[in-house]
Design a protein around this ligand. Structure first.
Ligand code: HEM
Length: 489
């Protein structure tokens, strides 16, 4: 018995070793420069040890391979090709999009039906269908329609912050409450009461998905680099308790709408129409609501946090923005849709925030047909994963001199005129770019306009600069930063 067990173990070890030997030479065989991997962990040791955020790890490698147009890494056991050259990035995202339609994440409908219905995860024809059908939900007409809801939430945020006058405020806590209110209102048509309650079930959804704990780390590793493990062990991207809560809440709201008990003409009504028009299953429509919640929650709250933290250090930027806000609304206490849209300095501040801190710090694609990289002998094979490292590109002095400086004027029309479009990609590009870009910008601008008009923010003495990026989220976020807040109106 012992002998058989020993023999089987020896065979398994030999097979694993042979496979590993082949896998670790993946990029060498293709003539691509690469970062030496560790067994199983690939180049993810610091991520696993929670020493660095994944974006920083890839960002550091971006600078290490500064003479190369692309280089190879391993996310755990899966090889990824990291693109550095803006022309090549343009080919992949835009010109040769048909070779790179899919994202390099896998989600199996049988294991996690709700997540697999999200636009972010869906592939090829299914993605085209969802994208085409939900695009009208993000038109400027719809944005104007939901504008008063977002404005009211921003107004409710002001007394909440005001109560902390003269105290140290963790701005991320406020931004998360604001973002929760906004996405609940947009995607679920409900008030989450975030400014009244300490934490609501809805804030728990966001935290539950974006925080890295052991469960989420395993889920992310399997979804982003080895989906067969997710299938074998039936690992869901979103844990069942959260998915059930969202499902029950959303379907409860849908039933109320059917019963004619609500008059909001919002995204929920459009999603119900989408379900009816195409005879979709319940989980498919819950997936869209979940998608909008998750896509809007962490992205907008982190952008607001980074912007306020930077302006607490750069007081001249803060004053200039306050002047623009005051001048724009003059005697009118309301921010109309067009007033907000026309604040050019506010736009530059948000652009500069997303340059320094691209909250979605890399773009991913899968090659769906063999693709010969232009002007090179390298062929990207069908199924290969591609990464575009936004944190590195946005902080490359070649494209943005003195990148650590927070300088909104980089985004003046004159300065941007000469820029390669693929050196600034906070919302991605091509047909798979962020569908919520306009909405996301609006949500962030609305919050900043209300905060800067009503409060002065100042850095606390011990503030760590550059900000320490949190190692325990998938997206870009800081470890908690406190700022002094003073009511000025
Ligand atoms: C500051 C706010 C936001 C930022 C920085 C951001 C950024 C991004 C990025 C970088 C991508 C990947 C694009 C690519 O692969 O080329 C993306 C995808 C996506 N975003 Fe956003 N996003 C934001 C807000 C939102 C909001 C408010 C929504 C919706 C409510 C949203 C919905 C989506 C969806 C559905 C996708 C997947 C699109 C597809 O696969 O076709 N995003 N976002």
């Amino acid at each position: 018995m012992f002998r058989i067990a020993f023999l089987i173990s020896a065979i398994i070890c030999c097979v694993c070793y042979a496979w590993w030997k082949k896998n670790k030479n993946y990029w060498k065989r293709r003539g691509v420069p690469f970062e030496k991997p560790l067994p199983i962990l690939g180049n993810m040791l610091d991520v696993v040890l929670m020493k660095q955020n994944l974006a920083e790890v890839i960002g550091n490698l971006y600078f290490k391979y500064s003479n190369e147009p692309f280089f190879g890494i391993w996310s755990f056991t899966q090889p990824h090709l990291v693109l550095r050259c803006p022309d090549l990035i343009k080919q992949v995202l835009i010109q040769d999009f048909d070779y790179f339609v899919d994202r390099n994440v896998q989600c199996n409908e049988k294991v996690d039906a709700i997540s697999s219905s999200m636009m972010f995860f869906s592939k090829n024809e299914k993605w085209r269908f969802i994208r085409r059908s939900t695009t009208p939900m993000f038109s400027s007409g719809k944005l104007k329609y939901i504008y008063p809801q977002i404005q009211n939430i921003a107004k409710n945020m002001v007394p909440f912050v005001g109560d902390r006058d003269d105290k140290v405020l963790f701005i991320k806590d406020v931004a998360v409450k604001y973002a929760t209110e906004v996405v609940c209102s947009i995607a679920f048509g409900i008030d989450a009461h975030s400014f009244q309650d300490k934490d609501t079930e809805f804030t728990d959804i966001g935290k539950g998905v974006f925080e890295i704990n052991l469960r989420n780390a395993i889920a992310a590793a399997t979804y982003f680099s080895n989906n067969s493990l997710a299938d074998i062990f039936k690992i869901k991207f979103i844990k069942s308790s959260l998915a059930n809560f969202v499902s029950q809440t959303f379907m409860g709201i849908v039933k109320e709408r059917y019963a004619g008990n609500s008059k909001r003409k919002d995204l929920v009504d459009l999603m119900i129409k989408f379900k009816n028009d195409y005879n979709l299953k319940e989980y498919e429509i819950v997936g869209q609501a979940m998608q909008f919640f998750l896509a809007g929650y962490e992205t907008t709250s982190s952008t607001i946090t980074f912007a306020i933290c930077e302006m607490s250090l750069n007081k001249e930027v803060q004053s200039k923005l306050r002047k623009e806000i005051d001048a724009s609304i003059e005697n009118n206490e309301e921010f109309s849709y067009y007033t907000l849209k026309n604040m050019s300095y506010l736009h530059k501040v948000v652009c500069e925030t997303l340059r320094k801190y691209p909250v979605v710090p890399f773009l991913g694609r899968t090659c769906t047909r063999d693709y010969q990289i232009p002007h090179s002998d390298v062929v990207i094979e069908k199924g290969a994963a591609i990464l575009i490292p936004l944190l590195g590109i946005h902080n490359d002095p070649l494209y943005f001199p003195n990148p650590q400086k927070f300088d909104p004027e980089r985004f003046s029309n004159e300065n941007m005129a000469e820029k390669h479009p693929c050196t600034y990609l906070p919302f991605g590009d091509g047909q798979r770019h962020c569908i919520g870009k306009r909405m996301g910008l609006f949500v962030v601008k609305m919050a900043l306009a209300h905060l800067i008009r009503n409060f002065e923010f100042e850095a606390t003495e011990g503030i760590q600069v550059p900000f320490k990026l949190s190692a325990n989220t998938f997206l870009l976020a800081t470890d908690p930063i406190g700022v002094h807040v003073k009511k000025i109106r």
